[in-house]
Design a protein around this ligand. Structure first.
Ligand SMILES: [Zn+2]
Length: 619
């Protein structure tokens, strides 16, 4: 059963985001927007912003944002359909459900659907098949109860090579899409085979509870293949942005305002089963900045709980750095050598485990103790290096007060003057700063998946591109008319702007102008975030072009005139760049013939520019 598209449209158009959010968050008018204390992270000064004009919200503290439906989905932990239903009910709109499938222009719904069907298939293999018995026995041995297995959607993949493939064919699953999701793969001689075989299956959920990928653990320990196999990245699964278990644990994390970070699926499930439910797992990969940002929507307090082996301890150290950079309050628990979280809680039980968590050390004590154990503090040379390392870690903390407390603590511990530590800290600061600028640029470049970004291209990015995107996001039809009359999305140089312009253009062609609908269609979180920031910034098209728009409220009429102006400036700049490029070519020693060609081209460009300026000024 589906809600018809036009009904969703009606509900979206009738609802007012400010009214709906006001039911949950106290909002105050500030400038054009409304602000309040963010319900998704802890804060004392409001950075949660709602725009009535654009029907969008965004928190500038934790980066949650979207339209009215995304707010309800995030706040109440419900699906898109449920959010639509809830808004409809509050407006008294009756929904006539549709039997047929609805349009899925991006094709993403089909991918989710295939994963859901596959997850059910794996689960049925685990619980209902003969071959599944080995898997059932394994999970029994690991003390995972059947109801917990079910709530985490655990499953089993048969050891045959084409069992899922046959199942997929019988159920009319699109094989190319199943391959894209990494459920099947192509043989060298053509034909397909199952990617997951003889493995316990752990579905990976999005924070909203949709199956986005699978992890598979091999059952037969003598099998000559990787112990763990994960789905590849796909349009619905970005590894560095998903945290295993978050869907199950986010409410508890929010409630306790604290999360426990473990390494593996089994650790997480074991803790969860014993009643420690505020857990997430980095699942093998080292923790990423994106994962930490995701988690920061729920809490800023974390206890890192990794295995005592050297790999686990190294991963813990890396994670601590990333967490500190994102302003987390970090504590660390070290388990006895022979244990992992799974074995520890199964042997000692919940209370003992909670004691362990309550006695977690702050990262500085943890690190110092680690150095001590390694004998680093017995030798003056190594001690200096160890202290330097501690100062380096502290340099990631942004809060100066907190930093100062740690400086004092180091000074006491090692009998050093605070001034000395501060000057060392200063050194790391300047290093961090130069590194940070680099990594921000890196992130911006990486943010558009599959879109080629070349630093050389970025240098000649037209300086009006950003302004044009901001204008398009005003959601005014006439403004869009003017812009798209002059400029097509393909012309944008900056890949991010180009990507956004394309999405806006696709909607425009369908007579959709509202930014709140457009935002819903942006899959890439970084780009979505970026677009929300652009459209919710109070100071969008204001003082920079001063004279024409001294009034605070930029009226629609002004905007239309402004759009016309910007489109013209954009064109002129483009011509100027072309002229300049041709001039350089001419100077670079090319053939007589080519020079003549370019000169002719340039004079035409000059003419075009002149006509354009005259027309514009004549208006
Ligand atoms: Zn927030």
């Amino acid at each position: 059963m589906r809600i018809p598209e036009d009904k969703i449209e009606e509900i979206r158009n009738t609802s007012n985001i400010v009214d709906i959010i006001s039911g949950y968050v106290q909002l105050k008018k500030r400038g054009k927007n409304f602000v309040g204390l963010c319900p998704f992270h802890q804060e004392k000064t409001p950075s949660f912003t709602v725009s009535e004009e654009k029907q969008l919200f965004k928190c500038f503290g934790c980066n949650v944002g979207g339209n009215v439906f995304s707010f309800l989905m995030e706040y109440k932990n419900i699906s898109f359909v449920e959010a639509v239903e809830e808004v409809a009910e509050s407006l008294g709109i009756k929904i006539n459900y549709q039997q047929q499938s609805f349009s899925d222009p991006s094709g993403l719904e089909e991918l989710y659907e295939i994963n859901t069907i596959a997850a059910k298939y794996f689960s049925s293999n685990l619980f209902n098949s003969d071959e599944g018995e080995t898997a059932r026995n394994y999970l029994k041995k690991r003390k995972i109860k059947p109801q917990v297995q079910r709530s985490f959607g655990l499953g089993y993949a048969f050891s045959e090579w084409e069992h899922f493939l046959q199942f997929a064919k019988d159920n009319n699953i699109n094989i190319a899409k199943a391959k894209q999701l990494g459920l099947i793969d192509t043989k060298d001689n053509g034909g397909f085979y199952d990617k997951f075989r003889g493995r316990i299956i752990f579905p990976i959920f999005s924070p909203n509870g949709r199956v986005i990928a699978f992890g598979g653990r091999i059952l037969d320990p003598s099998a000559k293949t990787a112990k763990y196999l994960n789905s590849p990245e796909s349009p619905i699964y970005l590894k560095r942005r998903s945290l295993y278990g978050l869907y199950h644990s986010k409410d508890e994390i929010r409630k306790l305002d604290k999360a426990v970070l473990v390494e593996g699926y089994m650790d997480l499930i074991a803790l969860f089963q014993q009643g420690i439910k505020n857990v997430v797992a980095s699942s093998g990969t080292s923790l990423t900045t994106e994962q930490v940002q995701l988690l920061s929507r729920y809490t800023k307090n974390i206890i890192v709980l990794f295995d005592a082996d050297s790999a686990g301890q190294a991963a813990a150290s890396r994670s601590i750095e990333i967490l500190l950079k994102q302003n987390f309050e970090v504590k660390v628990v070290t388990l006895p050598e022979e244990h992992d979280p799974d074995s520890y809680i199964n042997e000692f039980g919940k209370t003992e485990f909670e004691n362990l968590l309550n006695n977690a050390k702050n990262f500085l004590e943890y690190q110092t103790e680690k150095f001590k154990k390694q004998g680093d503090l017995d030798d003056p040379q190594r001690e200096t290096e160890a202290i330097r390392e501690l100062v380096r870690i502290i340099s990631f903390i942004e809060d100066p007060l907190k930093r100062n407390i740690y400086i004092k603590s180091i000074s006491r511990k090692f009998g050093l003057r605070e001034k000395l530590i501060e000057s060392e800290l200063e050194r790391f600061f300047s290093q961090n700063r130069s590194r940070q600028t680099g990594s921000n640029q890196q992130r911006f470049k990486q943010s558009v998946n599959g879109i080629k970004t070349d630093s050389k291209i970025r240098e000649v990015e037209n300086k009006f591109e950003k302004e044009i995107i901001i204008l398009l996001l005003e959601g005014i039809e006439e403004v869009m008319d003017i812009i798209f009359d002059h400029i097509l999305p393909e012309e944008f140089i900056n890949p991010v702007y180009k990507h956004v312009a394309k999405i806006i253009f696709e909607n425009y062609k369908k007579d959709v102008f509202s930014p709140s609908i457009i935002v819903e269609q942006i899959e890439d979180e970084t780009i979505k975030d970026f677009v929300l920031s652009l459209s919710l910034n109070n100071d969008t098209i204001s003082t920079r072009y001063g004279d024409d728009f001294t009034s605070k409220e930029v009226t629609q009429k002004n905007l239309i005139k402004y759009a016309d102006d910007i489109a013209m400036r954009y064109k002129v700049l483009k011509i100027d760049e072309q002229l300049e490029m041709n001039r350089k070519k001419i100077a670079s020693g090319i053939s007589e013939e080519e020079i003549l060609e370019l000169l002719k081209l340039n004079s035409e460009l000059e003419k075009e520019k002149k006509t354009m300026l005259e027309e514009h000024n004549g208006k």
